[in-house]
Design a protein around this ligand. Structure first.
Ligand SMILES: *[C@@H]1O[C@H](CO)[C@@H](O)[C@H](O)[C@H]1NC(C)=O
Length: 203
């Protein structure tokens, strides 16, 4: 009997230490720094860069945030986007910025709706950068060599979704340039493609 109790305790001990030792990457759960990979430390129960060491592992990799559950689906969310360069790779998607369109609420930069003939885009949350690119122009270049200059009027929300404000749509990926029909037309790309690779830069 004593042996059985000992075995039970040994198994319990082994399981708790094993599960407690799962190593987390950026934004993963943790209770102390031993739970975090590499040089990451545990802040507010999440693994992240150590401000004292000054590493920027998590910033450079743009780790996902807490997933958003919409009904039975779970979606990845991001508060960051890949770094912006002279030619940043993105996915162009199609958005209807007009009233009653699939864009949901009025564009957040100017609180206005926009006709499909206007050269306007929404950028993923990280690139929208807390409104810093509001009403600025970007140049979008397609693989067919065509390019177009369009104005940033909204955020393609990579953190929230599935609600009325976002017209029931899931959160945006973090590498999206969500363009009006005019943007697609100017680039000479068939809107039925839905998602195409582009590069963008500040105009
Ligand atoms: C984006 O730029 C890269 C590097 O300049 C290039 O290799 C790639 O083909 C470009 N993509 C598109 C869609 O134009």
């Amino acid at each position: 009997m004593a042996n059985l109790i000992f075995m039970f305790l040994a198994i319990l001990f082994a399981t708790t230490t094993l599960t407690g030792n799962a190593i987390s990457d950026c934004n993963g759960p943790c209770t102390d720094l031993n739970d975090c990979s590499g040089q990451l430390i545990c802040i507010n129960s999440k693994c992240g860069d150590d401000p004292d060491v000054g590493t920027s592992v998590c910033e450079a990799t743009c780790a996902p945030s807490t997933p958003l559950t919409c009904g039975t689906e779970s979606y990845t969310t991001y508060s960051c986007s890949p770094p912006v360069t002279d030619s940043t790779a993105a996915i162009l998607t199609l958005n209807d910025f007009s009233e009653g369109g699939d864009g949901g609420a009025a564009s957040s930069c100017d609180e206005k709706f926009h006709a499909n003939s206007e050269l306007v885009v929404a950028l993923s949350t990280g690139w929208f950068d807390g409104r810093s690119r509001c009403l600025k122009e970007i140049i979008i270049t397609a693989s067919n060599g065509n390019s177009v200059t369009a104005k940033v009027v909204d955020e393609c929300d990579s953190m929230h979704g599935c609600d009325e404000e976002h017209a029931g749509q899931p959160p945006c990926d973090n590498n999206i340039v969500d363009g009006s029909a005019a943007v697609w037309n100017a680039l000479g790309i068939d809107q039925d493609l839905g998602r195409v690779d582009v590069n963008w830069s500040m105009a």
